[in-house]
Write a protein that binds this ligand. Structure first.
Ligand code: CMP
Length: 133
């Protein structure tokens, strides 16, 4: 089973991309696809369209376009639920010890990593970044 993750611009700019990737691999995921890219405003707006009415939407789009990021397709048994567990709560202050966000995130917005929240969204998000997969 597959899911979509993004190592976000804060983690890349902070020099933590390799550590986050190592943590994911050590947690049992294999990388099926990856690309290093700088999202356009249109791409970030489209990816986070579900949050368009939220007060943090503009700021989130600005953050996600502030520098390069690394979208990846990860494979593991029960990948969607497993990755949610490995990355921890949205807010690093609430994330469990040993999770990616507890270890590497700065704030609720600048939270180092994205993960699909359902298998349906995983399918859609994988197609968004990797239409030929
Ligand atoms: P992500 O898992 O990528 O899904 C939506 C993103 O919006 C989330 O991670 C955070 O980066 C951001 N986000 C969610 N809630 C808030 C909030 N209350 N304030 C600022 N950013 C948020």
């Amino acid at each position: 089973m597959r899911t979509l993750t993004i190592i976000k611009p804060d983690a890349v700019a902070g020099g933590k991309m390799g550590k986050v990737l190592a943590h994911l691999e050590e947690s049992g995921f294999t990388v099926a696809a990856a690309k290093f890219m700088h999202l356009t405003t249109e791409q970030a707006q489209a990816f986070y369209e579900v949050h368009a009415e939220r007060p943090f939407y503009g700021s989130l789009v600005e953050f996600m376009t502030s520098g390069p990021c690394m979208p990846m397709v990860l494979e593991a048994d029960d990948a969607v639920a497993k990755l949610r567990e490995v990355i921890g709560a949205t807010d690093p202050a609430e994330a469990a010890d040993g999770t990616v966000r507890k270890l590497f995130a700065e704030s609720k917005e600048r939270n180092a990593i994205h993960a699909s929240d359902s298998s349906e969204n995983a399918t859609n998000e994988i197609a968004f970044f990797f239409p030929n997969l």
